[in-house]
Design a protein around this ligand. Structure first.
Ligand SMILES: Nc1ncnc2c1ncn2[C@@H]1O[C@H](COP(=O)(O)OP(=O)(O)OP(=O)(O)O)[C@@H](O)[C@H]1O
Ligand SMILES: [Mg+2]
Length: 272
């Protein structure tokens, strides 16, 4: 039986994170926590610092101030070398999939296994096949990224991020640039990973529909701070004007998402 969320261990805790680039203050006191099997979506306007937050969590950049506890350990003071075992436990799906163009799908997904483990070729073959099946693309090992559609590339990127069985997965704009059908497929895949593998994830997105469909919490970033953390339903009725503007803007862009009595109606998760 799955444990109630409040009894799941805390995977991530961010406290008082500040980050500026030169004199440009981007994050100014971010707090956030995430338990195992939870999904938090980070929403916010363009340039509000969402990708910066993901890069901080992945240990790719360091904050000017504050603490980032991953699996109970503050990663901020760690050296590059000390970060290696922590990074192994994190899967990152970068915006635009970031596949190696000259490598086949097989080699792309095998890459982290070769880099971090001594897995035999036979085991790699089985693992790649299993991962491709999981993301709904069985048998495409031999293809090159250039031969894939945008949605397929994203799915291969997700397969690669899952290769080392990470304990937390960070998604940067997983549905950006995709047509609605492909966006829905990716969103369903993230929801399915959570259901099947109890995946813990941080999803940075502009896609309110997807965020509502997959998240336990919505965190809204505005002017360098998370000004609202709420369940999707509570976020819809946020009293913060900035959040209302964001939600209303998303409603104007789509007619498929609408608040209804007692909850949120999102036709497109279930609909084919
Ligand atoms: N390495 C960097 N050097 C200088 N400025 C940076 C750097 N990385 C990010 N920034 C600046 O920090 C701000 C936040 O950028 P970030 O990419 O985190 O925003 P975002 O919320 O992900 O935006 P988007 O929704 O457009 O992806 C931007 O003004 C950006 O120009
Ligand atoms: Mg970004």
């Amino acid at each position: 039986m799955v444990e109630p969320m409040s009894e799941q261990p805390e995977i991530l805790r961010i406290q008082g994170i500040h980050k500026a680039f030169n004199a440009h203050r981007v994050l100014a006191g971010i707090d956030l926590s995430l338990r195992a099997c939870e999904t938090v979506s980070v929403l916010g306007g363009s340039g509000s610092g969402k990708t910066t937050l993901l890069r901080l969590i992945a240990g790719l950049i360091t904050p000017d101030r504050g603490q980032i506890f991953l699996f109970g350990q503050d990663i901020v003071p760690l050296t590059e070398r000390e970060l290696v075992p922590v990074r192994r436990r994190i899967g990152v799906v970068f915006q635009g999939a970031a596949l190696f163009d000259s490598l086949s799908v097989y080699e792309n997904i095998a890459f982290p296994l070769r880099l971090h483990t001594r897995t035999s070729e036979q085991e790699i073959r089985a693992r790649v096949a299993e991962l491709l099946k999981r993301v709904g693309l069985p048998g495409i090992e031999g293809q090159l990224p250039a031969e894939l559609s945008g949605g397929m590339k994203k799915r291969v990127g997700i397969a690669r991020a899952l290769a080392l069985q990470p304990e937390v997965v960070l998604f940067d704009e997983p549905t950006a640039g995709l047509d609605p059908k492909n966006a829905r497929t990716i969103c369903q895949l993230i929801a399915q990973l959570r259901r099947d593998l109890c995946e813990t994830s941080v999803v940075v997105t502009h896609d309110l529909q997807c965020a509502f469909a997959i998240s336990d919490q919505i965190a809204f970033v505005h002017q360098g701070e998370i000004i609202e953390v709420a369940s999707p339903e509570a976020f819809l009725h946020s009293s913060r004007p900035e959040a209302q503007i964001f939600v209303n803007g998303a409603f104007e862009q789509t007619s498929r998402l609408r608040p209804v009595e007692g909850g949120i109606s999102w036709n497109s998760v279930e609909a084919a």
